[in-house]
Design a protein around this ligand. Sequence first.
Ligand code: MG
Length: 386
Amino acid sequence: MILHIDMDAFFASVEQRDNPNLKYKPVIISGNSKRSVVATASYEARRFGIGSAMPVFQAKQLCDHLEIVPGNREKYQAESKKIMEIISHFSPLIEQVSIDEAYLDITGCERLFGSFKDIALSIKNQIFQQLDLTCSIGMSPIKFLSKIASDLNKPDGLTIIEQSDVKNFIFSLPIQKVPGIGKSSMNNMQLLQIKTLGDVQKYSLPILTQKFGKMGQRLLELSNGIDKSRVEINYIRKSISSETTLLKDINNFKKAKNIILDRAQIVGRTLRKKDLVCENVFIKLKFSDFSQITRSRKLASPICSSSAIFNEALFLYKRFKLKKKIRLIGVGVTALKNKNTPVQMLLIQDPAKNKKQWESVDFAVDSISEKFGTFIINKASLTKTD
Ligand SMILES: [Mg+2]
């Protein structure tokens, strides 16, 4: 079961929540220059025919008492984070598709949280209780249908398409509701008298490919209830990281290596203190021109020793072709798991005996640092200067 969540008039709702003077009023979020367009319109503004991407001057013509609020990207980003954090408690399989939209694979989650409908209602409820914002949710066994479903009963909607309803739903779904159908393909749809997604089945693949290119095949698949796209996990809930801005920009491998070691030790220590292991290591580099990169690596088995984190981070660093001087280095871990899970313990016993020895060294170092302070004991290579 795939759930699609979409916040209702997100930017406008956040502003209306934070400023009581804007409540129940036609509000748009946008820049205030002559060429600005509407980023989001409140539902009150939509009643005047105002919508996203409309030039502001046109919106003003449609509604003379329109409230124009400049957007605050950082504020919306912070709210977005809170929303993702809330939904991440229901399933770790999250694909965030925009600042206010995400897919969630909730297959199998009903044992923990009740029926699929219960899950959707709890999500809506928690977001409303904690953030005073409403969202619309669509659910179906097929990804593209979930997105269509979330749009059907906005605002504050909940639409569930059960497996048994999928066929009928597709059969009567207006073709323009299918994601990816633009104005140009609509002309061809009219020509072929395709009004609903079900009508696509009247045509063979060669004809559909001829008329719609690559989209032809996808349309035929969708009309048969086949959607090969899955929830691509791109939201990772927890991470531990440590970074440092250097006193002077560097391009010296030895120096960078020492900093990576230093950061890896800090990250490893935090990880072990929380009794966690990680399955993903990343490095972050910021350069003298302020551009930055992040590179991450999924591990075959969970780790928590500083030296293992260091090795992975160094591997990522070495693979990167350095062209500019570095001003910041960060090391971090994600895909965190509890170390005490029995299955995890088995996995941690890596055949590499080296690893286990390093882990015991780590724990010894941790307890000494705990007693005498963080900097009393360190790797020998860190104390060398070059
Ligand atoms: Mg939205």
